[in-house]
Structures are given as structure tokens and as C-alpha cells.
Ligand binder design. Sequence first.
Ligand code: SF4
Length: 370
Amino acid sequence: MVNKYPSMPLRPIGIVRNEITQSPQPDEGKVISEIIIDNSLTEALDGLEGFSHIIVLYWMHQAPLVKPPTKVHPMGKREFPLVGLFVTRSPHRPNPVGVTTVRLLQRRGNILRVEGLDAFDGTPVIDIKPYIRGYDSVTDAKVPQWLTKACGISQKLQDIYHRLMDCYGQQHWWPAEGPFEMMVGAVLTQGAAWRNVEKAIANLKAAGALSPKVVRRLPLSELATLIRPSGYYNAKALKLKSLAQWLGEFWDDNLDRLLASDIDCLREQLLSVHGIGQETADSIILYAAGKPVFVIDAYTRRIIGRLGLAPEESSYAAYQTLLMHSLPTDSSLFQEYHALLVRLAKDVCRRRPLCHKCCLNSICPSPSMS
Ligand code: SF4
């Protein structure tokens, strides 16, 4: 860049303190942070308590130092068009200045307690301004069509979630007493109704066989007999054997260590086991490890399709990307959302849907199917 502009000295006025050390954060908008303002500037905060919201400008010190590209896909999503860098909020820019409007919860001397600051712990703060309705909000703001579409899908998916939650309440998934039982359930539920999986798990429990060690030791035929209620019992017995074998050989039966792995590594590991496909692996990651991935099953595809939100491609990855990019990254939300979709599919959005009984029929483009 040609140095033809006046110099622009900046110095931090304070620092952010919170628990954010990596992005993305679950429920980002609810994160509570403290902004510690330099003692010499404490007086400059006098009167700020009268405002419910403030605008915080900060230096995204963790942004990469290499030269930023001039064109990017917004939010790093390839489904969005390639646009100019300044059309996006990418942190990777010539001057990594961030700006967030936050709720001011409290001022204590030189400390501001705020909600919704999208900045890492240790971020230098450049400036604070009061948020003034009228000056700082624009009623006729226009945005490009790709953004309207992305925001529209996100809002619709959140609306669907709230309607399902109002209708069915919390589903308390996954019903299991420990991670191994959860993993066994995830394998047994392949192509089976949950009530039949429950019978198979009850048999395993009664036989004291709900541990990798015992599953390894049991003769295959005996294991198959125990899980018979879940169907495909010979194939599933082999899958459980492979799982137990793998847990012993590679993880020393230490499930805590396995489940503490990061999402990509855990997924790759699980997919290497005979009988564990994408849906089963993601169920284990979401419900046993409590990590945020959205599980895509036939029910999810059916409901998303009928609601007119299906992605252009029908692959597992395309559905997962759609949901994960449109919803806040939050494992509890993903757990509950998936459980609610399953509930809706079983209750009313069946192969032959009962749309007249459905809590989504006023926003669904396919209600005539009832
Ligand atoms: S209105 Fe009908 S098609 Fe739409 S989600 Fe409900 S049951 Fe399914």
C-alpha cells in the first residue's frame, strides 16, 4: 500500500477479559465480558451508565498477519458469492478493527461488564461510544440478496426450533447411562425403532455386557442373541465387536480421552471403525462428547425438504452445512433441535404427513400433503 496518508497512531484504552479463547463460540450473543479501561481514563466513562448499549471498537490482535485477500467468500462459506473484502466482516483485513454493539450490564469504576462482545480474551480496546438510537440505527437499510437469503434461512430455522420447543418441550436426549451405552445405542438404532433398541440395551444391561471389555469377551452368537430385538442383529453384533475391539486397541477403553479429542479428529477416528457411518459418528460426537455437530438423518432431510429449505445438493454434508451455518454453534441447541425433528417426524411429519395436526403447518409450504 502506498504511504500517502497521514500517520494514524493508535493506542489501546483498555483490554477485554472473558472466557473466549477460540472461535466460533456457542451462543456468542450471550457471552459476558469485562472491559478493563486504563486507570488514567476512568473519568472518561462517567455518565456511560445511563446508556443500555455501547459500541466497542477493538483491535483483532489474533487475526493473521499475512496480506489479506481483496476478495473473499462471506463468513468463509463457499456457497456465498466471492465479494470484495470490505463487503464482509472478515477479521482478516488491512486494519483488523472490530466493532460490536453490546449491552452494558454494569460499570464499576474503570470496569465495564457487557453482554455480547464478539472478541477474544486479551483483545485491546480502541474506543467506546454510546449507542444512540436514531443516530446508530437505520430503518431503510438495504442488503444484497445473498445475505437476505442466508438471514432468511437462519431466521426460519430458529423460528421452527421455537415452535417445536413450544409444542413438544425438551426431549432430554440421548437416553443413556454413560458414553459406552450411548455409543452402543447409536449403533443399534441404525434402521431400528428406539423402543426395540431399548429392549436390546436392557438385555445387554441384564447380562452385565455394557462395557467394551465384556463385549469383546462375549461370543458373537451370544451378543447377537442379546441384541436381537434391534434387528439386523448378526451385522450389529459384528459392529459392536469392532467398536469394542477398537476402543481397547487404540484407546485402552479410556472413553474420556477419546471423547476429549477435537471434533475433526474424533469424527475421523470414529469413521474408521466398521459399522460407524456419518450419522452414527455425529450422534456420538454430539450426544456422548457434547460437541457441536448437527446430526443429519432421514427425518431431518424429510422435514427440511418439506419446509422448502433443502440445500441444492442432497448430500449429508450439504444438509449439515446448511444447519450448522444457519444456527448458533451450540451443542445443547443441536441436541435438542435434532431430538425435536425426530419427534415431529414420528408424531406428524410421517411418510404420509398429518399436517392438520402439525405445529409448523402455518409456515410450511407443503401442508396440502395431509
Ligand atoms: S405441515 Fe405437514 S409437511 Fe409440513 S412439517 Fe408439518 S407435517 Fe410435515
